[in-house]
Design a protein around this ligand. Structure first.
Ligand code: GUN
Ligand code: FE
Length: 437
């Protein structure tokens, strides 16, 4: 189907940076990598020969995006979560009853994220069936691998009267129809995902019905989990225990369930997540605004929890998962050192919390893929060719041949890649985004 000659950076494990100099990757008609060979042993012509200043990387897996919030990216974040939802977010999402408006937003969002290197996207849609199916269609049209969820929300206190499902049975029925409509598109690239917005927005009947729906249809689940003090405490007040236990009782803690945020999760929550083979979408930028704390990423990883990264558009103001990966490193360092200079050094932070850029890129690729149970995130024979080409010649200024070894180059790349440095994006072997020039 296609072939690419390039030098590769990737992270097969959380702690290992692999560098492959000048190889040819060939991809079969199914979009799967069929061979990786040193370029000097390759006889045939290649379709794409990347300039030596470029590196080929696995594509990025964004585990948490609110697609209808794209028009408010970067705004309203001075409010706490519960007010931001009612004052900004629900009014905007309610506009997706208008299919033409929805299609205009999707046609802007999906190509933008492909330009940022997001080859797999896990999307919340809105409560609207037509707009949500249109989002799945847009992903297919533009060639992005995606999970697309029609949002269920019916709680009388947690939602406004003008943006909610009219009843639990209506929420469950519309969610079932959304699964059927997305599956009827007939492509493995885009899958449905059961999406109870979060516990405060859902009645018990809706949560239980959606757990059963995920089970009978074999569909993945996404929701928010222990995101902020308010949300975490709300669940404890309503049920007497935390989000993970409540989600588990409703059948929503399933293999590959995506739990967004989790900043306030404790060790017993981590154990439950591991036991159920669910995973966490760590959204460090969003957490800085709404989370009230830094997610204990190192503790989650050490507990064996599957973790990947999410932008949380538009709770996070940044569409790039690469920038989000860099922020995950920064946030982990701030958790470790602490933030209040009036405290003495030993009492200021939490020991041993840091991650490094290699860990962060693994989270953005294989980590996210493992949360979803997908074979992407690594360029290896037998895996789908989801990849991006980055012009490292331009990140952080020029290349310095006698200074920039692979480790330093990779560090620069993680800390300073933006969309204007991503020259190509491939999904399942198809070139889905290319910068002009
Ligand atoms: N909790 C419930 N809905 C949302 C949302 O849209 N964004 C974030 N960050 N948290 C939520
Ligand atoms: Fe979110």
């Amino acid at each position: 189907m296609t072939s690419v000659r390039a030098s590769v950076f990737q992270t097969p494990t959380p702690d290992h940076l692999e560098s492959m100099a000048d190889v040819v990757i060939s991809v079969d008609d199914a979009g799967v990598i069929s061979s990786i060979a040193p370029a000097d042993q390759w006889q045939s012509p290649v379709d794409h020969h990347l300039d030596p200043s470029h590196r080929l990387l696995p594509g990025l897996v964004d585990l948490h995006i609110h697609a209808p919030q794209w028009p408010q990216l970067g705004t309203g974040l001075d409010l706490p979560l519960e007010r931001w939802l009612f004052d900004h977010t629900f009014p905007l999402e309610s506009r997706f009853a208008d299919l033409a408006f929805a299609e205009m937003v999707w046609a802007d969002l999906v190509p933008a994220l492909l330009r940022h290197g997001t080859t797999t996207a896990v999307y919340y849609g809105s409560i609207h069936l037509a707009a949500t199916t249109a989002l799945a269609r847009a992903c297919l049209r533009f060639g992005q691998r995606a999970f697309v969820g029609r949002v269920a929300m019916d709680h009388l206190d947690g939602t406004p009267g003008w943006y909610r499902d009219p009843s639990a049975s209506a929420a469950i029925e519309a969610s079932a129809r959304s699964i059927a409509e997305i599956r009827a598109l007939g492509s493995e690239l885009v899958q449905p995902i059961v999406t109870p917005r979060f516990i405060p927005a859902c009645s018990d009947a809706t949560l239980a019905g959606l757990g059963a729906l995920a089970d009978t249809t074999g569909t993945l689940v996404q929701t928010h989990c222990s995101e902020s003090d308010w949300e975490h405490q709300y669940v404890i007040d309503r049920f007497g225990f935390s989000d993970t236990m409540a989600l588990d009782r409703f059948g929503l803690m399933r293999p590959n369930s995506v739990l967004a945020h989790g900043g306030l999760l404790g060790d017993s929550d981590f154990e439950r997540i591991v036991e159920r083979q669910a995973g966490i979408a760590h959204c460090p930028l969003s957490n800085a605004y709404f989370g009230d704390a830094v997610f204990p990423l190192r503790r989650a990883l050490d507990a064996g929890v599957n973790v990947g990264l999410g932008t949380d558009i538009a709770g996070g103001p940044e569409p790039s998962l690469m920038r989000t990966a860099a922020q995950a490193v920064t946030s982990s360092r701030m958790l470790e050192s602490g933030v209040d200079p009036r405290r003495v050094r030993d009492d200021r932070g939490v020991a041993d919390q840091r991650i490094d850029v290699v860990n962060a890129f693994w989270l953005a690729t294989r980590g996210g893929a493992e949360v979803l149970g997908l074979p992407v995130g690594l360029l290896e024979v037998g895996r789908p060719f989801d990849a991006i080409a980055v012009d490292v010649g331009g990140v952080g200024g020029r290349l310095w041949d006698d200074v920039d070894d692979d480790a330093r180059l990779f560090e620069k790349l993680i800390r300073s890649t933006s969309a204007d440095r991503i020259s190509h994006t491939w999904v399942a072997g198809a070139l889905v985004s290319q910068r002009p020039g």
